[in-house]
Design a protein around this ligand. Structure first.
Ligand SMILES: Cc1cc2nc3c(=O)[nH]c(=O)nc-3n(C[C@H](O)[C@H](O)[C@H](O)COP(=O)(O)O)c2cc1C
Length: 441
């Protein structure tokens, strides 16, 4: 069980910071240490920080809307925060995201193996290739490199990181003070990597960690991304919006892992879900409805533009994307492809992207609403059946309702209504491209 966190309180569900009870001391260590203690007491395996190296400033070509509305605009460095969280826990796993495009492998290897030592073997690295031009701009590049090339570089990056993590033999440290032998030189190896994208010599400066190396997490969902995840990951993150989609995606991951020579039990798949709990079902439903009502259309539009590396403000809401425009989406292609699959439309409109991606809403993934066992939880959205489960997913205390109303597909009645309204207005020529957020407010 993974607690999906961000180093701030305006999270992947941006509306979370608008909740009257959400804590505001997110720039303090105390905030994250409280979360760490709660996750550990709740038997979570891992506290995980997602990350991105830029604000969501692609929508409308400006950061103003995202900053004003608190759409994932604060992102502190997760490693120092994880260190603080590790200091007040003993069993909780500590995971953070780090990019193979903008960091050097020696740096990443050293950071995570240090965290692994300092936490007694609890570190995990989520390998991402990064996805948009804003991140590129912050690291001195004009634009993000192409999707598949990012993964080619990432493959080599993994060889370097894993190579460095192997540099010290398990028994290399001798610590014989009398003979002045700190470590056996024959047990410490240089990597001497010279590849297509990267060079790194070694020897690595951090001895082998308690479990041999940190855990590797990955969430590639495109064909190339899935191939990468299946090759390298101990834990694979996934988003399965409904059972049928989940079964197909899970089977594709399993096939890719088999093709990479992996045994079925050598990796775990963790599908994402939202959970709202209360002591009584009605209370949980009320709580979930209130949380959902805090979402605003700008959340979805800003996050879609960020993730897909495409400015959704440049298109009227009802106009279909052309083949060329679809191909030019260079960011998170899994979202683009999911919208095509779920809508059945190879040329979706902005409105289709909003409706079917459900980005920035609590319906982006299965949402379980209910009481703790023994009474069942209900799956609120997305499908008539239970989500695909595996050893990391919520267990069958979750039950799908027999009938799901159309309204339950939407983030919240108010947010959905305003999106629909603004899209309709746009289709009737009452608004111009670039103005969705302004109208929605
Ligand atoms: C649960 C989950 C967490 C993710 N965390 C991050 C992250 O922190 N930073 C990031 O840039 N991408 C993140 N991603 C995006 C993935 O790394 C990957 O790019 C995405 O799933 C699309 O797959 P593709 O790269 O094969 O197109 C995450 C994806 C999922 C499903």
């Amino acid at each position: 069980m993974v607690g999906f966190l961000q180093a701030q309180n305006c999270s992947n569900y941006p509306a979370s910071w608008r909740h009257p009870e959400s804590a505001t001391d997110f720039l303090t260590a105390d905030y994250y240490q409280r979360i760490a203690r709660i996750l550990e007491a709740g038997k979570f395996h891992l506290a995980f920080f997602d990350d991105r190296l830029a604000l969501p400033d692609i929508y409308g070509g400006d950061h103003a809307e995202a900053v004003r509305n608190g759409v994932r605009v604060v992102k502190m460095d997760p490693i120092p925060i994880l260190t603080m969280m590790g200091a007040v826990t003993t069993r909780l796993g500590l995971g953070a995201t780090c990019s193979t495009t903008y960091y050097q492998p020696f740096h990443v290897a050293r950071m995570f193996s240090t965290l692994d030592h300092m936490s007694g073997g609890r570190a995990a690295w989520n390998v991402v290739t990064s996805l948009n031009d804003s991140e590129a701009a912050n690291y001195g590049a004009d634009r993000v490199i192409d999707h598949n090339e990012r993964y080619d570089r990432a493959d080599e990056f993994m060889e370097v990181v894993l190579g460095h993590w192997e540099a010290w033999d398990p028994d290399a440290i001798v610590l014989d003070k009398e003979r002045s032998v700190f470590a056996d030189p024959a047990g410490v190896h240089r990597l001497d990597h010279e590849g297509r994208f990267l060079r790194s010599r070694g020897p690595f400066t951090v001895p082998r960690t308690p479990q041999g190396r940190p855990i590797v997490i990955q969430a590639g969902q495109s064909g190339r991304g899935r191939q990468f995840a299946a090759r390298w990951a101990d834990v694979i993150f996934a988003i399965y919006p409904n059972l049928e989609f989940g079964q197909k995606a899970y089977a594709a991951t399993r096939d890719a892992a088999t093709a990479a020579g992996r045994e079925p039990g050598s990796y775990r798949v963790a599908p994402a879900a939202y959970v709202t709990v209360a002591e009584a079902q009605a209370e949980a439903e009320e709580k979930a409805a209130f949380i959902a009502s805090l979402a605003r259309p700008i959340d979805t539009l800003a996050l879609l533009s960020e993730a897909l590396n495409y400015d959704f403000a440049t298109k009227p809401a009802g106009e279909p994307f052309t083949d060329e425009e679809m191909a030019s989406i260079s960011g998170l292609q899994a979202i683009r492809d999911r919208v095509v699959t779920l809508s059945g439309n190879p040329h979706p409109t902005v409105e289709d992207f909003v409706t079917y991606s459900r980005r920035g809403t609590v319906n982006e993934m299965p949402h379980f609403v209910g009481t703790p066992p023994p009474s069942p939880m209900r799956w609120r959205n997305g499908s008539r059946a239970r989500p695909a489960t595996d050893s990391c997913s919520p267990r069958p205390t979750c039950r799908a309702p027999t009938r799901i109303s159309r309204a339950s597909w939407y983030p919240s009645c108010s947010a959905a209504a305003s999106i629909t309204k603004l899209c309709r207005a746009d289709a009737q020529g009452e608004s111009r491209p670039g103005k969705h957020a302004m109208i929605a407010r």
